[in-house]
Design a protein around this ligand. Structure first.
Ligand code: NAD
Length: 310
């Protein structure tokens, strides 16, 4: 996997999970276990920091969105498990102007003890998210959202942070030995944080990529011709079995809470009857996203040291 080369040169490996044989109940659909793989990256990170600088992530959360609070807490918990440091800035929307947040980021950019800066999205509407995100030093942009880092992905240089969710999907597919060269991969969604970087990553490993979106016509026919489908439309259970051909590999990026309180993704449970492999929700893409945040923060911390040593 070409995009993994920066991680590899810092000592990370993608473990081989091809012999894992857990299937969804009463089906021939393999579980692509993101939780297991994420735990492996936590262990790799623990092992690698013993001889190196301990990475530190600054997390900025503004406002009181309950889902954002859960995401931030999960990230901080995994960082702790890996032996990494984190510094949280939980800010009350009423007390902080856009300029105050920009000033905070400027000070974190200068702080040598901070290796990565994460601004939890979405920000409350009163702020211009682009202005705020663009203040982050591109070297500390561990989400990989900035134009400089997206550019490195687009040109195939892969020498800066790669957006965590699509990066995690690629690592998961690779760990399970899923070959992408020449395969038709359909990504449903074209957002800057999931769909577009996902398409670029699949392309870099020689898949033939279709990026579908809300204005796409004949989505069902397009999906039926896919060997691999990545569902990232943000629409609960939109991908049903009639969109999927027998044996297709399906990745479910969506996360939604149903009225009964249970979580579901963009993929309907009927897909298990046709797909040969699928990521569960929860336990698939979510944990891999956090694992790649961990990895990106480590690379941000260690790249500078590597450069100094050369
Ligand atoms: P977004 O709303 O920014 O983008 C959704 C995309 O899907 C858009 O490009 C839109 O054109 C497309 N779309 C919407 N409805 C469609 C339809 N009916 N048919 C085809 N395309 C359609 O969302 P996002 O930020 O890219 O996130 C997508 C989903 O992934 C959300 O459910 C989000 O919660 C989830 N997510 C999960 C993780 C994770 O760690 N598991 C991380 C990021 C996002």
């Amino acid at each position: 996997m070409k995009a993994f080369k920066r991680a590899e040169s810092n000592g990370f490996i993608i473990p081989d999970l091809t012999l894992e044989s857990a299937y969804f109940e009463n089906t021939n659909c393999k579980i692509l276990d993101g939780k297991k793989l994420s735990n492996n990256f936590v262990q790799q990170s623990q092992a690698l920091i013993s001889a190196r600088k301990i990475p530190c992530l600054a997390v900025i959360l503004v406002g009181s969105d309950p889902a954002s609070k859960v995401y931030v807490n999960n990230k901080i918990k995994i960082f702790k498990e890996a032996g990494f440091l984190s510094k949280s800035f939980i800010l009350n929307e009423a007390d902080y102007s856009e300029q105050d947040i920009i000033n905070l980021i400027i000070s974190l950019n200068k702080d040598e003890n901070i290796d990565g800066i994460l601004v939890q999205l979405p920000l409350p509407k009163k702020y211009n998210s682009i202005n705020i995100l663009n203040t982050i030093d591109s070297h500390k942009d561990v989400d990989g959202f900035l134009a400089h880092n997206m550019g490195s992905l687009a040109t195939g240089e892969f020498n800066t942070a790669i957006a965590c969710t699509p990066f995690g999907v690629m690592v998961l597919l690779h760990a399970y030995g899923i070959q992408l060269a020449g395969k038709h991969a359909v990504v449903i969604g074209r957002s800057n944080i999931v769909g577009k970087p996902m398409g670029l990553l699949l392309l870099s490993d020689d898949a033939t990529v279709t990026l579908a979106h809300s204005k796409t016509k004949n989505l069902k026919e397009i999906c039926k011709s896919a060997d691999v489908i990545v569902a990232a439309a943000g629409q609960p259970e939109i991908l049903t079995s009639d969109y999927v051909s027998n044996g297709a590999i399906v990745v479910d990026v969506g996360i939604h809470r149903k009225i009964d309180g249970k979580l579901c993704g963009d993929v309907h449970s009927s897909v298990k009857e046709k797909a040969s492999a699928l990521t569960p929700v929860p336990g698939g893409v979510g944990p891999m996203t956090i694992a790649m945040l961990l990895l990106n923060t480590a690379l941000s911390a260690w790249d500078l040291i590597n450069k100094k040593e050369k």
